[in-house]
Write a protein that binds this ligand. Sequence first.
Ligand code: SF4
Length: 357
Amino acid sequence: MNVLCVWPNYYSKYPPLGLLKLSAYHRSRGDIVQLVRPPEVPRFVPDVIYVTSLFTYAWEKVKEAVNFYRRLFPGKPVVLGGIYASLMPEHAEEEIKPDYLWRGVIPELDEVLPDYSLVPWWDGSLVFTSRGCIRRCPFCAVPKLEPEFTYRPSVTDLICERYSQVVFWDNNFLASPYHMEILSELADIKKRRRFFRIDFNQGLDARLVTPENAKAIASLRMQVVRLAYDSSSQREPLKRAIDMLVEAGVNRKNFLVYVMFNYEDTPDDFLRKVQDLLSWGVAVYPMRYQPTDALKKDSYVAPGWTPELLEMVADARRVLGVNGAWPPYEALKRKFLDASDLEDALKLRSPKEAVAT
Ligand code: SF4
């Protein structure tokens, strides 16, 4: 059987894990698999076409990909899966009309090792040691995509020796009852491979940081320790978590804290969160809230916000930021701490003014 895996042309830093797992499954049955992005033409006529999807607002790229391969291979069944298909199945049925639509994770595939041979440019193990989350944050897609919290006791069998990094996609790694065991496995790898990189890509839940796991996390010497500051109620647990991690040996310059805005917060709340983080000496990564069913990126404007102010945040990330983040540099810190309101903090000086000072 010839299996075509289609990765639509939306932006993604990471390979499409679901398709890599599907490929491993089909190859184990003796099938031939190829991964393509439009307009690449496969070297065979497929018997089945699997198409993945990502953010809901990237749905048009998915439609383009499906239409492109349908035109090339009329009558061949198209199976659509991934995040958009799972979150908005009715929209996908209506707009894309796949022959079959798969919602959520495919349980039979979850333990299958991905077929990384499809992405020779990639250098990392992509792993889940847990699915779902113990929390139910109303703005988050995880409770809809993975309603059950499940976990596995180990990560070593998911890590490829030839790769220089492991990327965890667990939504809430510290909620796993096995997280200390897994941190200890990672510490063993780190002892053997000093430059091996570990990334808890979806962030760690500050409320679950303890002196014990902080010590284990610090021992991994991660380049980036990701945390989140979604609502003002998280201020104290977040501050405590940062202090515990610093006490355990994490350098403040290695933190990256995601700060959601344009949700239920006001611009003043956002400014206060940014001020907190910069004064604690950690970098801020502003994250604009997008509804889980947004069909167009950056189209949602929350009450209390205006398109102009949201644009100012985007500009300030581009101009003042480093890769979109605001590091706690002295000048930046002063700019935010001395501001009378968010608009004042985000004002960019004209080149003339900048030269004059
Ligand atoms: S803790 Fe994180 S992953 Fe869990 S529901 Fe909240 S935002 Fe989503």
